[in-house]
Design a binder for this molecule. Structure first.
Ligand SMILES: Nc1ncnc2c1ncn2[C@@H]1O[C@H](COP(=O)(O)OP(=O)(O)OP(=O)(O)O)[C@@H](O)[C@H]1O
Ligand SMILES: [Mg+2]
Length: 253
């Protein structure tokens, strides 16, 4: 195939309003955006600007009030439960702002869980879980349960869990919010590496201005409306990837 691949995520005039106690909150305003393979996109906005709401819409975790969101050409609103499950299992990794780790499982077990659910064999599970724990620098905390980890460590485990399936896209909601500047830079550096070496796409929200140089493009989100601040995406070579990001090799369909 020549030229640019089809976008992984497209939003078209997406709006999301919430009605609560007679008040209407316009959390996302008319956002049209494309995320292609091998792009690292950062979205910057202050608290309440709509970052989480917008990521949820792109992940199909929430439905737009109007407008459409597509994943690999499919309208997320048309997807049934089985298709959505497949998408979440294989194609999309989500790092929740609140981590959403399972409290009774160790760090290792939390990271290994998606592989288990996907039916990956024991040896490859162990290899892959150990590899990503190494990547986030937490192999020595493998046996700890979430409450025995610092906030920043929990956040890094949540990132490891999102990348362990090598999804096509990672949507990360303030993935460095709990991290000191060195660890925050390391996580953004890790995303950069996954984009460059694996052809993954990353969309990360942040309010840390020092991390933005690592992204291909930066959007500002203000009161639900998005604006492109910086765009280096024309420099992205979409044909440089060795293999498409996606399913692990041992997967049986
Ligand atoms: N379920 C909901 N019901 C009503 N209002 C909501 C709901 N979820 C979000 N909002 C409102 O929508 C706006 C955007 O919220 P959102 O969580 O997307 O912001 P954010 O940019 O992620 O903020 P933060 O940086 O604090 O995480 C806020 O004003 C919030 O109060
Ligand atoms: Mg948020």
């Amino acid at each position: 195939m020549q030229g640019e691949p089809a976008p992984l995520i497209v939003t078209r005039h997406v709006n999301r309003t919430f009605r609560l106690a007679g008040e209407t909150v316009h959390a996302v305003r008319d956002i049209s955006l494309e995320i292609r393979q091998g792009e690292f996109v950062a979205i910057v906005g202050r608290s309440g600007s709509g970052k989480t709401t917008f990521l949820n819409l792109m992940a199909g975790l929430d439905r737009p009030t109007s407008g459409q969101a597509f994943f690999e050409g499919r309208d997320l609103s048309d997807m049934g439960e089985a298709e959505m499950t497949r998408l979440r299992r294989w194609r999309l990794g989500f790092v929740f702002q609140s981590f959403a780790l399972l409290p009774l499982l160790s760090a290792y077990e939390n990271v290994e869980l998606p592989l288990r659910i996907a039916g990956v064999g024991a040896r490859e599970r162990a290899e892959r879980a150990t590899e990503v724990l190494d990547m986030v620098g937490l192999r020595k905390r493998a046996k700890h349960r979430p409450f025995e980890l610092s906030g920043g460590e929990q956040q890094r485990i949540a990132i490891a869990r999102a990348v362990v399936m090598r999804p096509a896209v990672i949507l990360a909601d303030e993935p460095t919010g709990e991290l000191d500047s060195a660890n925050a830079a390391a996580i953004f550096g890790l995303f950069r590496e996954m984009v460059d070496e694996e052809g993954m796409s990353v969309v990360a929200t942040t309010h840390d201005q020092t991390l933005l140089d690592l992204a291909d493009s930066v959007y500002d989100l203000n009161d639900g409306a998005i604006e492109l601040r910086q765009d280096r995406r024309s420099e992205v070579d979409h044909n440089r990837f060795k293999r498409p990001a996606g399913r692990p090799t041992s997967e049986t369909p």
